[in-house]
Write a protein of this length. Structure first.
Length: 443
């Protein structure tokens, strides 16, 4: 078997792949799902009276007990450009001639492949959803534990104003809550059957088509889909959701990379990777992989949009393109979510270093707060000009910002008092409480 990507590699498997999710994305899972679809189709047609009930039962039983090796379908797949004709022949070999004639009756290969794909998408989305919920539970606990921990808020890589580290963590979690909402909304649009027959009209099933479609969906516990042979918006929506999910996880990981840098040192990971020559290294591997998965998924999402251009009533080329992309996106998202859980199991918060970093540059991080405090006794413009000048002097000299302000105005500002007020400033407390309530609701 050819191994090209790290997803398929034994060497890279623990780092860059995912066996739990991968079991629904391999050949065995695909064949099993296609067999389930063929069995469900026969059962639905039997219920509707399109094919004999005895044949429907025989087909359903055969597809349930059959195990077909992928290698036995390989030549047929290469010839037809799709594995279904070879699969159907294999099913027929295990039936008597009268029952075999009803296998795959009135359907087309794309009906089977697309619906099988949806079954496996459902399984992987369930895994990803549970991992996001675990990540959110971990973030909730971390946020609550550090509601009163001060950290330098940073904009454009520079220290801006102090903020609550717990609030920062809650802000990491908040968009993941929205992703769970989006997932519940998109599931009915994605987790649906495909049953259209040759060109989407189900002409071979006649007046029974609508009834069969309903039974078919019920058999598979999917939504009853309209024909989407060449209308791929639901799969592209799924692709976009996967890309956004890894994007949100990647943003968290990017923050972790910056916060765990040696010079910053505000967090570290006890499971970090070592170096072959530098024994002091503890590299944040989880975060690195999460960022890598984000970048891969963003590129693949664009490819899924490209693959929307299915011509007429079926496209072999665009369809084939999807087979490369969507399974990798599903796996990349599962990998990223798994690494987020592992990272949060091993994260260590250095609150002392956070406080120490706040004291860098002689307190200029308190410039905004000082401006608004001084604005209580002078005009806003006067306060801004005074603090700007004092900040410049603090950066270039050795005196603390508050000392320079006191020398100029006689107004004594206290660091500890200001830190306390900043922890409760603005909408911090209200927003924090709202996010924590939402996080606790899904635990």
């Amino acid at each position: 078997m050819i191994q090209v990507t790290p997803f398929d590699s034994v060497l890279f498997n623990p780092l860059l792949s995912d066996n739990e999710a991968g079991q629904y994305l391999n050949d065995h899972a695909f064949i099993k799902a296609m067999l389930s679809v063929e069995g469900a189709l026969a059962s639905a047609q039997g219920k509707a009276g399109l094919i004999p009930q005895s044949a429907a039962l025989s087909i359903a039983q055969a597809t349930e007990r059959l195990t077909i090796d992928a290698s036995s379908l390989a030549a047929g797949t290469a010839s037809a450009g799709v594995p279904v004709p070879a699969l159907v022949n294999s099913i027929k070999e295990h039936l008597d001639a009268e029952d075999a004639r009803w296998v795959h009756f009135g359907a087309t290969s794309q009906d089977i492949v697309d619906t099988a794909l949806v079954l496996n998408i459902r399984s992987v989305l369930d895994i990803i959803e549970q991992r996001i919920k675990r990540t959110l539970a971990q973030l909730c606990n971390l946020a609550q534990a550090h509601e009163g921990t001060l950290i330098a808020g940073r904009t454009r890589t520079q220290q801006a104003v102090p903020m609550s580290f717990g609030f920062k963590v809650a802000e990491w979690a908040n968009p993941l809550l929205r992703q769970l909402e989006r997932l519940s909304e998109l599931k009915p649009r994605v987790l649906k059957t495909q049953l259209g027959g040759a060109v989407g009209t189900l002409a071979a099933m006649g007046e029974k088509a609508g009834e069969i479609g309903q039974y078919f969906a019920e058999e598979l516990a999917l939504e009853c889909g309209d024909n989407w042979h060449t209308q791929r918006d639901s799969l592209v929506e799924c692709s976009s959701w996967l890309s956004i999910t890894t994007g949100l996880l990647g943003k968290i990981a990017q923050d972790w990379l910056w916060l765990s840098s040696t010079e910053c040192g505000e967090i570290r990971f006890t499971n970090g990777g070592g170096s072959s020559t530098m024994p002091q290294k503890c590299n944040p591997v989880n975060a690195e992989v999460m960022v890598a998965m984000m970048r891969l998924n963003a590129g693949w999402c664009g490819q899924m949009h490209q693959a929307m251009l299915h011509e007429h009533e079926r496209s072999g080329s665009q369809w084939t393109q999807e087979w490369f992309i969507l399974p990798q996106q599903l796996l990349a998202t599962a990998v990223a979510a798994n690494h987020s859980i592992d990272a949060l199991n091993h994260i260590v918060i250095n609150s002392d270093k956070m406080l120490s970093n706040l004291g860098a540059f002689n307190g200029v991080i308190y410039a905004e707060a000082a401006t608004f405090e001084l604005a209580k006794i002078m005009s806003r413009d006067q306060a801004a000009a005074l603090v700007k000048a004092a900040s410049k002097a603090a950066i270039e000299g050795e005196d603390h910002l508050f000392t320079l302000i006191a020398n100029e105005t006689g107004q004594q500002l206290n660091v500890t008092t200001m830190q306390r007020s900043l922890l409760k400033a603005g909408a911090t407390t209200q927003w924090f409480s709202q996010i924590i309530s939402a996080l606790n609701a899904i635990k």
